[in-house]
Design a protein around this ligand. Sequence first.
Ligand SMILES: [Mg+2]
Length: 229
Amino acid sequence: MPPLKAVIFDLDNTLTDFMRMKHKAVRSAVEAMVEAGLDYNVEQGLSAILAIYDEKGYEYQEVFNDFLTQVTGSVNYKYLAAGIVAYRRARDSSLVLYPHVNVTLMTLAKEGYRLGVVSDAPSREAWMRLCYLNLHHMFDAVVTFDDTGVHKPAPEPFQAICKLLEVEPEEALMVGDWPERDLKGAERLGMRTAFARYGNSHGVTSSDADYTLDNIDALINIVHEFKQQ
Ligand SMILES: [Mg+2]
């Protein structure tokens, strides 16, 4: 096997605890809408909004409009604004990295590995999250949805990141929480794969990845194993 030169990460639910942020922000939004006068149960509101996200995707911007239409038959703009403001405040204070992400990335960078991100998030949202978490200088290259116009597991995002990092797919390890998207596409191109089980948010607990991670810092030992081969 060729030596490992690059480690490439999915962003949401692999580096960031995205679902935790979404849950907290949506709960705050529903509480604020109720406080503004919406007559609805907070827990049911949270479930209803998460169901809309599941159907339309987690970047869907009209989610509160849809929710209000669903439960009241129309959009009350006072409720909507209260929800959006509360959502934004809670989002900005609850987006966090998983434990040991910083030290793992720093260690890999110091050891000379090129680091990349491949995200299906829209470019603006992906870069906002990277900047918010102070990770925007950490990576040698970042590929987001708008860079290729296709989602994983299509080959284009993986090819694009390898090209930017100037490595062959065989020289890269792809880390992600969603095997069908993050790992299948990478594997088809010949990349090595690690399943971020700690971040899994799709009910998947096993995969046929080369490695399974219960902590991101397990990557350090994995790359050391490569060196010894
Ligand atoms: Mg993910």
